[in-house]
Design a protein around this ligand. Structure first.
Ligand SMILES: C[S@@+](CC[C@H](N)C(=O)[O-])C[C@H]1O[C@@H](n2cnc3c(N)ncnc32)[C@H](O)[C@@H]1O
Length: 280
């Protein structure tokens, strides 16, 4: 997909989650997030979408007041949560006009407009500013050229600045699984870097890896039988769905189930990597 196509994909997904929220399919919509929930020790191990914010906060808080870039900010929930906890300014980038509009409204409601701006544009051409932290949560997977993206984002980091990526990273054996192809097609992922690829890519962009966390164990695991039943439902929905735009949503749903199977089979890891740009 082109950037414009991906923007429209997220426009549709955003409309869908608003509609589906009352029936429990809204994902992290209530917290204005589009990322995975993780087992949260602050909520007796129940999965929350804010667990990831706690982990990001640990990285950001020593750097406050921080100038942060959220590369692929979705509905802005992560920036809003972090801005409430941490002094500084936030710039968010998304390809979706609809996500940006929702984020801006929520930022205004939270009286955070002076500290958070949302721009519609690509992380391959980030705004010409210096950031102490650049973070990307489940967004770099959409990059058709991760090396270019890493270089573009690193170029905007101040000397000594911190880069954080959170994403799905396949194990080598996943390449042979049809689930990997189904996940990538359904979620508009053109190529997917493994943990090792990221380590190399970050080094090539001039960053040193300073921490790597495997968060996979905190992801919700559904039983094989429920996944199989949901996959059957997905197949039926795909057959019955007439329009291309609805089909993209069904493919996304089926891609999500393929991703769950990859985790269940130990073929995918959900990692948080922290890297640092050297001081000049
Ligand atoms: C799965 S959502 C994650 C959103 C957010 N990080 C969160 O955790 O809620 C992926 C986001 O990446 C953004 N994205 C994908 N490709 C992008 C690009 N080339 N430039 C900027 N944003 C991009 C999409 O617009 C979307 O907002």
């Amino acid at each position: 997909l082109t950037d414009q196509g991906l923007g429209l994909y997220y426009d549709r997904l955003t409309r869908f989650t608003a509609w589906a929220r009352p029936i429990g399919l809204g994902g992290g919509r209530r917290h204005l997030t589009v990322h995975r929930a993780l087992a949260d020790p602050r909520h007796e191990g129940r999965a929350t979408v804010t667990r990831l914010h706690d982990l990001l906060f640990e990285v950001l808080s020593p750097l406050a007041p921080v100038r942060a870039l959220d590369a692929g900010c979705g509905l802005g929930g992560t920036m809003i949560d972090l801005a409430r906890r941490c002094d500084g300014t936030f710039t968010g980038l998304t390809l979706s006009e609809r996500q940006a509009a929702i984020a801006r409204r929520a930022i205004a409601r939270a009286a955070l407009t002076p500290r958070i701006e949302v721009l519609v544009g690509t992380y391959d051409a980030p705004p010409r500013a210096r950031f102490d932290v650049v973070y990307a949560v489940e967004s770099l997977a959409h990059s058709p050229n991760p090396a270019r993206t890493l270089n573009a984002l690193t170029a905007r980091l101040a000397a000594g600045g911190t880069f954080v990526v959170v994403d799905d990273m396949p194990e080598p054996a996943a390449r042979a699984s049809p689930d990997l192809a189904a996940f990538m097609a359904g979620w508009q992922v053109p190529m997917l870097l493994s943990g090792e690829d990221y380590t190399d890519g970050l080094a090539r962009a001039g960053l040193s890896l300073i921490a790597a966390h495997d968060l996979s164990e905190g992801l919700r695991r559904r039983h094989r039988a429920s996944l199989a039943a949901l996959a059957t439902l997905g197949r039926w929905l795909a057959r019955l769905t007439p329009g291309a735009s609805q089909r993209a949503l069904i493919d996304s749903y089926r891609g999500g189930l393929a991703l769950e199977r990859l985790y269940r089979d130990g073929l995918m890891r959900y990692r948080l990597l922290v890297a640092r740009k050297p001081h000049a």
